[in-house]
Ligand binder design. Structure first.
Ligand SMILES: [Zn+2]
Ligand SMILES: [Zn+2]
Ligand SMILES: [Zn+2]
Length: 316
């Protein structure tokens, strides 16, 4: 049996050792699939094991941390649920293929059909006719990689999100998923572990306005960076979409029929969130004004080095 520590918690080594058997992982998945707690015999019947003693041994290894025995039977404890969620998201098992393929949604700049591909946990978006917004993809395993021309950016998206969706549906769902992540980050919360994330806005000191800047490798002069002190989560994006959690920007978008969590038009959403004007007013302390526009109305937000809005004005 796995020894419990005096505080009742397992060390990471002990926790992963407790998962190091196929039967145990199957037990967790069976409990995850069940709508309610399962009696010993019900759980046993759902598994391809024909040895009660062996089954009982493995169940015992999971109890006290991943599995809890309740009055109604065995149920997943919170850590067990997180393990099943990670498996079901495909994050620990799947490596799906989505090679570059055209979708119906159109480029916000030239209005030609976009193309998408899935690599390393992200949907990467390209326009075959436009210049890149970034000259490398930062989400690739092993570090940033040069990308093909017309690279508009990447949208984090777990592998299970590809299942049962057309490429166009994948692109819309990836926008929604990414914007929910930005909402958490902008609220100072790590979207993976809920610890407090540290966010920082950076302005390129010598930004080249023509194409991708060779200093910051981006078309955007002001970038948001966030990292979690508790887990490996980190992200970077243009400052504009990073303001999604601000009531000023969110309210303005919803007033203009732009729903970042259920986009009707990827073109309108992408154009609004990425084709804004940026003016760096000072670098120390950082003050930058981002001016968003849609349907002839404008919203100007002035932000500081933490990514907080310190002034706004809207014009119509
Ligand atoms: Zn284009
Ligand atoms: Zn630059
Ligand atoms: Zn975290």
């Amino acid at each position: 049996m796995t020894e419990e520590r005096p505080d009742g918690r397992l060390s990471p080594d002990e926790a992963f050792a407790a998962l190091g058997d196929e039967v145990r992982v199957r037990i967790l998945r069976a409990l995850g699939d069940a709508a309610e707690p399962l009696a010993f015999s019900e759980l046993y019947d759902r598994l391809p094991v024909d040895d009660t003693a062996r089954f009982n041994y493995h169940l015992g290894e999971l109890r006290g941390h991943f599995v809890r025995k309740t009055a109604d039977g065995y149920a997943l404890d919170h850590p067990g649920r997180r393990v099943v969620e990670a498996i079901r998201s495909g994050a620990v098992t799947d490596d799906p293929e989505l090679d570059r393929t055209p979708v119906e949604d159109r480029c916000p700049t030239c209005e030609r059909p976009l193309e998408i591909q899935w690599r390393d946990g992200s949907v990467e978006v390209f326009c075959p006719a436009c210049e890149s917004r970034w000259d490398r993809s930062w989400g690739r395993v092993g570090g940033p990689e040069e990308t093909a021309s017309g690279y508009l950016g990447r949208l984090p998206f777990p592998p299970a999100g590809l299942r049962g969706r057309t490429p166009g549906e994948v692109l819309r769902a990836a926008h929604a998923w990414t914007n929910l992540e930005l909402l958490a980050v902008g609220s100072g919360i790590c979207p993976r572990c809920a610890a407090s994330v540290e966010t920082e806005l950076d302005a390129c000191a010598d930004h080249e306005r023509d194409g991708v800047c060779s200093n910051c490798r981006s078309r955007f002069a002001v970038l948001l960076k966030a990292s979690c002190p508790n887990c490996p989560y980190e992200m970077g994006c243009a400052a504009g979409p990073g303001l999604l959690s601000s009531p000023e920007l969110l309210g303005f978008m919803l007033d203009h029929g732009l729903d970042p969590f259920s986009p009707r038009s990827v073109l309108r959403l992408d154009r609004f969130l990425n084709e804004y004007d940026e003016a760096v007013r000072s670098t120390d302390p950082l003050r930058a004004t981002l001016t968003f526009s849609v349907d002839g109305d404008e919203l100007a937000l002035t932000v500081d080095g933490n990514g907080d809005v310190v002034g706004d004005s809207s014009e119509r």
